[in-house]
Design a protein around this ligand. Structure first.
Ligand code: FMN
Length: 165
């Protein structure tokens, strides 16, 4: 496959957008034509040959934009090579072990034939929206736990699979 790849994401505070941008950047470096876009801004996925969907985790669920995207585009997505990622844990756990998808994401994976899912560490920093976010920060539990080498390594593997396909 040498075609166009969409990396659609659902984010509240922007850190998942940056992961999606990093994934798209690696895919482009590997010779694919990839773009990262906020999930609600994607009207159609028909022009893409493969899709990656990423969602931040909030209260044990994927970000609503990622959930809606998958629901709205389910037919087109099921007909394309498809990968998911989640971003969330505010500790090193995602770098240390494989964290399985939350149940809702697992069900969507089964329905759509998603090839693979990975959980990346998340980030929560000053200025994050919401009362709970502020509370987490006040309790000193925030920080940036995104693992760029792991994100890039995953994207490189995706590029390989897409190129073979
Ligand atoms: C209210 C709230 C709920 C959260 N719930 C979860 C959760 O259930 N699981 C998880 O791994 N991370 C959880 N997190 C951490 C976020 O997923 C993490 O900050 C993520 O990187 C946010 O992505 P965003 O910057 O793209 O919005 C939560 C954070 C907040 C503020």
């Amino acid at each position: 496959m040498t075609g166009r790849v969409l990396v659609a994401y659902g984010t509240t505070n922007g850190s998942t957008a940056q992961i999606a941008e990093a994934v798209a950047h690696v895919l482009c470096k590997e010779g694919l034509t990839a773009e990262a876009r906020p999930a609600p801004s994607v009207a159609s996925t028909e022009t893409y040959d493969a899709v990656v969907v990423g969602g931040a985790l909030y209260a044990g669920r994927w970000h609503k934009d990622a959930r809606r995207f998958v629901r709205r585009h389910r037919r087109a997505l099921a007909a394309r090579p498809l990968w998911f990622f989640s971003s969330g844990p505010l500790d090193a756990s995602a770098s240390e072990r494989n964290i399985p998808p939350v149940p809702g994401v697992r069900r969507a994976m089964d329905r759509l034939g998603v090839r693979e899912h990975i959980t990346f560490g998340g980030s929560l920093e000053e200025g994050a929206r919401g009362r709970v976010a502020q509370m987490i920060l006040r309790n000193g539990k925030g920080g940036d736990f995104r693992d760029l080498p792991a994100i890039e390594a995953w994207a490189e593997r995706l590029a390989e699979e897409m190129t073979v396909a």
